[in-house]
Design a protein around this ligand. Structure first.
Ligand SMILES: [Cu+2]
Length: 146
């Protein structure tokens, strides 16, 4: 009897540890306040994902823009929406169309392209101090010949 109990515990643990089958769902959320979030965007690789958007406000919406994707919920409308999107390498932004400057976020899919920064070092050689001008010697006045 104890044996079966242990098996059940192991089975449950395995089920919890196993990643969800099929595509991954990202959780988008906007409202009711001035907040917009998208969970599950860490370390995303290109592929097909479901974006589950919960829009809790009739003055905000959820707008996702990026390579190959431009999807938005209605600003006035509320409710939940599921989008099936194919994410590619690049940066995606999500924001509220009514308040794009204060309600926004972004995430990166795939390996970010490394930017090579070339640093040019300019060596400035110090100019030698200017030589002091030789003092003009007063020419001895020639005595006028008589
Ligand atoms: Cu808004």
């Amino acid at each position: 009897m104890l044996r079966w109990g242990l098996l059940a515990v192991f089975a449950a643990a395995a089920a919890l540890a196993a990643p969800a089958a099929g595509d991954t769902t990202l959780q988008g959320h906007v409202g009711p306040g001035f907040t917009i979030t998208l969970d599950g965007t860490t370390g995303l690789q290109p592929g097909t994902y479901t974006i589950h958007v919960v829009d809790e406000s009739d003055i905000h919406n959820f707008h996702l823009v990026g390579p190959g994707v431009d999807k938005a919920t209605d600003v006035v409308g509320t409710g939940t929406t599921d989008w099936s999107v194919t994410l590619q390498n690049g940066t995606y932004r999500f924001f509220c169309d009514a308040h794009p400057t204060i309600m926004k976020g972004s995430f990166t899919v795939g390996t970010p392209t490394t930017t090579t920064t070339t640093t040019t070092t300019t060596t400035t050689t110090k100019k030698p101090p200017p030589k002091p001008k030789p003092k003009a010697k007063p020419k001895p006045k020639k005595k006028p010949k008589r």
